[in-house]
Design a protein around this ligand. Structure first.
Ligand SMILES: Cc1cc2nc3c(=O)[nH]c(=O)nc-3n(C[C@H](O)[C@H](O)[C@H](O)COP(=O)(O)OP(=O)(O)OC[C@H]3O[C@@H](n4cnc5c(N)ncnc54)[C@H](O)[C@@H]3O)c2cc1C
Length: 247
C-alpha cells in the first residue's frame, strides 16, 4: 500500500511540476507586463490565464484534497502543498484564481447547507465557477469589525446585500462561467463589532436548483486596482446592490 501511494503521489507531483512549467510559467512575465484591463465594466485579460486555470481544474487539483464523490483524489495536505508550490513559483498571479476558488469552495463544503453545497460545490471544484473572499472595505482592512456592508432579510428566505468592497482578488475576470463571492456583511440589527459579522454566498450570476447560472446578480465591478507586482490576479473594487438588487 505504501508503494502504491508513493507512486500515486510522485505521479501527481510530477504532473504539477510539468503543468506549472508548461501552462503557468510561460505567461508569468507577460501577465505582469500586460495587466488585466477594465473595458465596459468587464475585464480583458490574457487568454493563457484561462487555459492554465482550466488545465489545473481538469487535472483535479481544485478538488484534490477531497473524496472521490466530490471529484477529488484524497491527496494529503502535504502533497497538495508540494504541488501548489510549483504553481506559486511558476506564476503567482494566475495561481491566485484556482487557489481562491479552492478556499471559497472549502468554506461552502464545511459550513454550507445541503442546498448551497449541491448548487455551488460541484461547479467550483470542477473549475466551472471560481471563488473569492470579499472582506475588505474602503475604510476597513485590518479592522473588519468596522465593516458597513449590510444584509437585509427578505420574505423569500435570502438576504439583500448592500455595500462596497475593495482589493477583492479575482473579483472579476474572464475565466469562468460564474464567480462566487464569500462576502462579509452585517445583518441589520446585529451586535456591534466582530460578533455582528456574517458570511454570505453572493454569486455574480444567480443559479437555479441544478446550479446552472441564470440572471445577473447586483454585484458589479467598480474598478480595477493597479499593483506593483502580482498583477495577473485582478484586484477589484466591487459594489453590491448599487445597480440592481444583490442577493
Ligand atoms: C495584493 C492584495 C490582495 C488582497 N486581496 C484581498 C481579497 O481577496 N479579499 C479581501 O477582502 N481583501 C484583500 N486584500 C486586502 C487586505 O486584506 C488588506 O489590505 C489588509 O487587511 C490590511 O488592511 P488595510 O489595507 O486597510 O490596511 P490597514 O488596516 O489600514 O493597516 C495599515 C497599517 O496599519 C497597521 N495596523 C492596522 N491596525 C493596527 C492596530 N490595531 N495596531 C497596530 N497597527 C495596526 C497594519 O499592520 C498596517 O501596517 C488584499 C490586499 C492586497 C495588498
Amino acid at each position: 500500500a505504501f508503494n502504491t501511494c508513493r507512486r500515486t503521489f510522485d505521479a501527481v507531483i510530477e504532473t504539477a511540476d510539468k503543468m506549472a512549467r508548461e501552462k503557468f510559467a510561460t505567461h508569468n512575465s507577460a501577465a505582469d507586463k500586460d495587466e488585466p484591463k477594465f473595458v465596459n465594466g468587464q475585464v480583458e485579460m490574457l487568454p493563457q490565464v484561462k487555459e492554465a486555470f482550466d488545465a489545473y481544474a481538469q487535472a483535479g487539483f481544485i478538488a484534490g484534497r477531497y473524496d472521490y464523490e466530490l471529484g477529488g483524489m484524497q491527496l494529503p495536505e502535504s502533497v497538495m502543498a508540494a504541488c501548489n508550490g510549483f504553481f506559486t513559483a511558476a506564476n503567482p498571479g494566475t495561481a491566485g484564481y484556482p487557489f481562491l476558488t479552492t478556499a471559497a469552495a472549502n468554506l461552502i463544503r464545511v459550513f454550507g447547507n445541503e442546498q448551497q453545497k449541491t448548487t455551488f460545490l460541484p461547479n467550483m471544484l470542477s473549475g466551472r465557477f471560481s471563488g473569492t473572499m470579499a472582506l475588505t472595505e474602503p475604510h476597513a482592512g485590518s479592522s473588519l469589525a468596522d465593516i458597513r456592508t449590510s444584509a437585509s432579510p427578505t420574505d423569500e428566505g435570502h438576504y439583500l446585500i448592500k455595500g462596497a468592497k475593495i482589493y477583492i482578488s479575482g473579483g472579476e475576470q474572464s475565466i469562468t462561467d460564474n464567480i462566487v463571492h464569500m462576502v462579509l456583511a452585517k445583518i441589520k440589527g446585529a451586535p456591534a463589532g466582530v460578533k455582528g459579522i456574517s458570511l454570505f454566498i453572493v454569486p455574480k450570476f444567480l443559479v437555479d436548483d441544478e446550479g446552472n447560472p441564470t440572471e445577473r446578480n447586483g454585484v458589479s465591478l467598480a474598478g480595477l486596482i493597479h499593483k506593483l507586482g502580482y498583477r495577473g490576479t485582478t484586484s477589484t473594487a466591487l459594489s453590491f446592490g448599487d445597480d440592481a438588487p444583490c442577493h
